[in-house]
Design a protein around this ligand. Structure first.
Ligand code: ATP
Length: 319
């Protein structure tokens, strides 16, 4: 393979730039030509395709977001859209593609592979909701951002002796809530993977107060409920002042952590090595600190890797 392309798709995640840099520089190091495709699959069908060089990925390691921009494209996900994408790929002489994104993006990567364009997926999403990999690019940065917010909220909550519900991202996966709940010493964690017992939670808050606790923080994954609704319920049931904080998009931004930059660099490099061997229809993962790859369909069919042990540990330590 002499010419490859790279795009970012779906939600942005810190570390995507490090992955782009790794793809571009590995490809150039191996003597390949590399195109950056802007705005995800939308840019692919529109021919928003630009040759990249060593300097076009300079000074981006520390930047959040993605220099290639990202988008969602319904048109791409149609027969006509896919045809258009393949035609653009042929026009630019692209022989293989790296797609950095979440599982929706991997479905697109699979479709392209099936149409004869070897495509490799690299998991970039803050939610950590991709079953085949221990960690996705962006997750470590996101949990550090959330932890910082929890620690700040804790200062004011304990001064006022309140309860605060902190709503974090995670529609289908509670990983952000579990990891930050454990690291932030939260009194409760509410996630889509586990049933919610509001009375038990309220009892825990009341018992904490009775023991002299000055504050309680409950981490709520967005897929498990709405902080503003829970605020009213908990205040009513406990009779204690309760506030809600919805962290929103601050969780997606910021400079990537060293762990995310290193993960993205390893994954981007590995993706190019697969393409160099003409191998497509794969997803790159990290398992037990080793970079590995799986068939996209098998990766998409894997069962969610919810970490129940961490969830239970957080419960034990927050008594
Ligand atoms: P995130 O986890 O951040 O939401 P994602 O990659 O899952 O990232 P999606 O919006 O689901 O984000 O998908 C991104 C793009 O991938 C879509 O806009 C669409 O172009 C393409 N895509 C999604 N699902 C499919 C599918 N089933 N088949 C082909 N292409 C798809």
């Amino acid at each position: 393979m002499k010419t490859i392309g790279v795009l970012t798709s779906g939600g942005d995640a810190p570390g995507m730039n490090a992955a782009i840099r790794a793809v571009v520089r590995t490809a150039i190091y191996k003597g390949m030509k590399v195109y950056g495709i802007r705005r995800g699959y939308s840019g692919l069908v529109n021919g928003d395709i630009h040759e990249m060089n060593v300097t076009s990925v300079g000074e981006i390691l520390h930047r959040g977001g993605t220099i290639l921009n990202t988008a969602r494209s319904e048109f791409f996900n149609t027969e006509e859209g896919l045809k258009k994408a393949v035609s653009m790929i042929n026009i630019f002489g692209i022989e293989g593609l790296v797609v950095i994104g979440g599982d929706g993006s991997f479905r697109g990567a699979r479709d392209l592979s099936e149409l004869g364009v070897p495509t490799v997926g690299v998991p970039g999403t803050i939610d950590n909701d991709i079953a085949c990999t221990d960690m996705t690019i962006g997750f470590d940065t996101a949990i550090n951002t959330v932890l910082d917010a929890i620690n700040k909220i804790r200062d004011t909550v304990s001064s006022h002796e309140r309860t605060n519900i902190v709503e974090v991202m995670g529609r289908r996966a509670g990983d952000i809530a579990v990891y930050t709940g454990l690291a932030g010493g939260a009194e409760g964690i509410m996630i889509p993977e586990m049933p919610i017992d509001i009375d038990k939670l309220c009892r825990r808050i009341i018992e904490g107060r009775n023991r002299g606790k000055s504050s309680s923080i409950i981490i709520l994954a967005e897929g498990a409920g709405k902080a503003l609704e829970l605020e009213k319920i908990i205040e009513e049931k406990t009779g204690m002042e309760t506030r809600a904080t919805v962290l929103g998009y601050i969780q997606r931004g910021g400079s990537p952590t060293a762990a995310d930059i290193i993960l993205a660099s390893r994954m981007g490099n590995y993706a190019v090595e697969l393409l160099e061997k003409d191998i497509g229809n794969r997803v790159v993962s990290i398992r037990n600190n080793k970079i590995v790859d799986d068939d996209i369909n098998e990766a998409l069919a894997m069962e969610n890797k919810f970490n129940k042990e961490l969830y239970e540990l957080a419960q034990v330590l927050s008594i």
